[in-house]
Design a binder for this molecule. Structure first.
Ligand code: AHM
Ligand code: MG
Length: 344
């Protein structure tokens, strides 16, 4: 209640990860803990830049296009550099894949990764440094999405270490830069959410063991693309907008995956970026958008599907490949899947 004194036993992200260290499968070496600490620091730094963007001339375009041919925002480029520098310096990474760079970064093998062998570790991080950046200039939520693989036994770090099904990730998460800064993480033992206490500079556990409600009341699709949608998607959307019980779902679409998924994890419902007649594989990228969010969704008790296949089972063949995504409450996503089953 409002008269209760503040907690004197804060669970910080570092404390939480340390307490899980012995179950993390890195032989309690502490490597994954240190890697997650590096990601935590980058999140704070990016959060601080996002918050000040308008004041320190960080809004607008950087004058370049990224791999997807999209204009890069100044903050996209800055966030990418912040993450690559911090992950390289952590000494725990072998391969990095970022939305903002066409090629993977191989640590300790020359090129962008630098030649210093001592900086090479056993983990691979795939990430979108600043997702939803079309929203930045309007002050709408954006976020960082990341997934972590451990290099394969005997590997020195190659593309084969990241071109693997999402089910093989050892951790995944996102940081949302919104009205509060939230880091949501799973290391394969459920999902926990942390809120940045700016005065302390620490992420504090505020959402322990997140569970998606079995059914929600919200759907989150870019319905502006309806004319291109396939029949099962259209029929499913009709079914929740014109239900027989007269209680239609509410529409919520921010256009920032991190924010739309965050709401879906907490409130339930369904988020979708379908493949359609124009873009058969949809828009979202497998490695650093679909997989981490599917991992979190499943860990929170939900379902993540392409419509016809479990997302985490997909075998990627290229680092920037796209995939149709539907995720959220078990019963809602199951309803969607049944429309795809009727089709086939
Ligand atoms: P980005 O990586 O270029 O920011 O694009 C990904 C974003 C997601 O955050 C969001 O779910 C989607 O694009 C929105 O796309 P659209 O504007 O087509 O609805
Ligand atoms: Mg993105």
């Amino acid at each position: 209640d409002s008269l209760a004194p503040p907690s004197t036993d804060l669970i910080t992200l570092t404390r939480h990860v340390l307490s899980q260290q012995y179950t993390l499968g890195d032989n309690a070496s502490g490597d994954l803990t240190l890697l997650l600490t590096a990601i935590q620091v980058t999140s704070k730094y990016i959060a601080s830049n996002v918050r000040k963007a308008r004041l320190i001339n960080l809004v607008g375009l950087a004058g370049e296009q990224n791999v997807q041919g999209e204009d890069q925002k100044k903050l996209d480029v800055l966030s990418d550099q912040i993450m690559v520098n911090a992950l390289r310096a952590s000494g725990k990474c072998a391969v990095l894949v970022t939305e903002e760079r066409e090629e993977a970064v191989f640590i300790g093998q020359g090129g962008d990764g630098g030649e210093d062998q001592r900086l090479k570790g056993n983990y691979c991080v795939v990430f979108d440094p600043l997702d939803g950046s079309s929203n930045i200039d309007a002050g709408v939520n954006v976020g960082t999405i990341f997934g972590i693989y451990k290099v394969k036994e005997g590997s020195k770090g190659s593309l084969g270490d990241v071109l693997r099904p999402g089910s093989e990730m050892v951790a995944a998460g996102y940081t949302m830069y919104g009205s509060s800064c939230n880091l949501v993480l799973s290391t394969g033992h459920g999902v926990n959410g942390f809120t940045l206490d700016e005065a302390l500079g620490e992420f504090i556990l505020t959402h322990p063991d997140i569970q998606i409600p079995a059914r929600g009341k919200i759907y989150s699709f870019n319905e502006g693309n309806s004319m291109h949608f396939h029949e099962p998607t259209k029929k499913y959307l009709e079914s929740i907008k014109y239900p027989s019980d007269g209680k239609p779902y509410s529409a919520r679409y921010i256009g920032s995956m991190v924010a739309d998924v965050h709401r879906t994890l907490l409130y339930g419902g369904i988020f979708g970026y379908p493949g359609d007649k124009k873009s058969p594989n949809g828009k979202l990228r497998i490695l650093y958008e679909a997989f981490p969010m599917a991992y979190l969704t499943e860990q929170a008790g939900g379902i993540a599907t392409t419509g016809t296949q479990r997302i985490l089972d997909v075998q990627p063949t290229g680092i920037h490949q796209r995939l149709p995504v539907f995720l959220g409450s078990k019963e809602d996503v199951q309803d969607l899947i049944s429309f795809y089953e009727q089709e086939s």
